[in-house]
Design a protein around this ligand. Structure first.
Ligand SMILES: Nc1nc2c(ncn2[C@@H]2O[C@H](COP(=O)(O)OP(=O)(O)O)[C@@H](O)[C@H]2O)c(=O)[nH]1
Ligand SMILES: [Mg+2]
Length: 381
């Protein structure tokens, strides 16, 4: 942090949680709050591949943003340190906010502790926050019925909860107060070591309280409760990650003036329909997101879908129609990457034809994450 910057207990904040939990939204809101307090922020996004919706989303708000592509923080630990250093040199952030890949776990041992051990004099590395989507977590806990992932993917999800220092039920406005209360009590009973909070990253309700909890964590009894290292079966973890398909597409659009907001909603809704119509039984959407950036100006449209049985939402609307722009599509699902690519191609082609637009694929990557192989794995002394 800057020489004249305020001293914070935690100025390197890691925001974990499963795909679609609201990490990027929370980081954006936190960045706004921290900036309003007169501090500089630096943001770090992370993915297995290039062309990240999250980076475009965060950078479009004018915050210095670095991305680490081609692997998760744990497996590319030196890249995380380099990215932090680049931010440090370019904008001397007082606070770093970093978002690990949503299918990763064991972050405490592989990211938090190594950062503390090696860079503890440079950064105050925060306790580990893990965000959850309230509906998804209700299903995982068995409080609600509904489509869920297969056991190996659920294993990763539960490991994420288990290692949380601060467990944040995000999107709290989606539940009735009684339901939310039951959820918090169930989480607290199952994960007694965690400090359980609720917030709505989108509206900002509860985000300041979460940031305060991060700063004050060290003086709570929870801080003393972490013992040793979490047991992680890396074979199971690897199998779980490999069940997830990953598709990143970057497409240059042009040819006609069109309504970018409608384009995003229609594209994701059509793809959602194709997923549900497809004969691939058990295909589960984890997170489907897209940005559309017009070639002119600095506007961006963002749309998201976080469950098969939910509806597409637009978190950022474009101000004006456009005639040229870049589409970024990031699709994560429990499904084969080939099938995901075919379905996404079909949706895109149909929409382009309907609007008489041209689409040139700049980058397409469809794959399954490879076995996690952390650079460091430490146990707390
Ligand atoms: N209803 C609601 N939706 C939210 C909230 N926070 C995030 N979302 C939405 O959840 C979706 C996934 O959010 P994102 O931040 O991309 O999740 P990430 O994958 O964890 O980074 C987006 O459509 C967000 O707008 C919230 O507090 N309430
Ligand atoms: Mg994200």
């Amino acid at each position: 942090m800057g020489e004249e910057g305020q001293v914070l207990n935690s100025n390197y904040i890691l925001v974990g949680g499963f795909l679609g939990a609201g990490k990027t939204t929370a980081i954006l809101k936190a960045a706004e709050i921290i900036s309003q307090r007169g501090l500089r922020v630096g943001l770090i996004t992370n993915d297995q591949s290039q062309g990240l919706v999250d980076t475009v989303m965060l950078a479009s708000h004018g915050f210095p943003t670095e991305e680490i592509t081609g692997g998760c923080f744990c497996c590319r630990f030196p890249s995380l340190v380099e990215a932090s250093q680049r931010l440090e040199n370019a904008s001397r952030p007082d606070v770093f906010l970093a978002e690990p890949v949503g299918s990763c776990t064991d972050l405490f041992a592989t990211v938090v502790l190594p950062l503390r051990k090696m860079y503890g004099d440079q950064f105050g590395v925060s306790p580990l926050s893990v965000l959850v989507d309230p509906v998804r977590v209700q299903r995982v806990l068995g409080l609600k019925s509904g489509k869920s992932f297969s056991p190996k993917v659920t294993y990763i999800y539960e490991k994420q909860l288990e290692e949380a220092d601060i467990l944040v039920v995000n999107k709290r406005e989606l539940l009735e107060p009684e339901e939310l209360k039951t959820l918090v009590e169930t989480l607290q009973a199952k994960y007694p070591r965690a400090q359980v909070l609720t917030m709505s990253a989108r509206s900002g309700d509860g985000v300041e309280a979460w940031l305060d909890a991060i700063q004050n964590y060290g003086s709570t009894p929870n801080a003393l409760r972490r013992l040793g290292q979490m047991d992680v079966d890396y074979d199971l973890y690897a199998d779980g990650e490999a069940l997830l398909g990953w598709l990143n597409m970057t497409v240059q659009l042009g040819g006609n003036e069109f309504d970018g907001n409608e384009f995003l909603i229609n594209l994701l809704s059509d793809l959602q329909k194709r997923v549900s119509d497809s004969s691939a039984d058990g295909m589960r959407i984890a997170h489907l997101k897209a940005t559309l950036t017009p070639s002119q100006g600095n506007d961006v449209g963002v749309a998201n879908l976080v469950r098969d049985d939910f509806s597409v939402e637009q978190s950022h609307r474009l101000q004006e129609p456009l005639s040229e722009g870049t589409l970024l599509l990031n699709f994560r699902a429990e499904a084969s990457p080939e099938l995901m690519r075919n379905l996404a191609d079909s949706s895109l082609r149909a929409l382009l034809a309907q609007l008489r637009l041209t689409g040139q694929e700049v980058l397409v990557e469809a794959f399954r994450p490879s076995r996690p192989n952390p650079t460091h794995r430490l146990a707390e002394v």
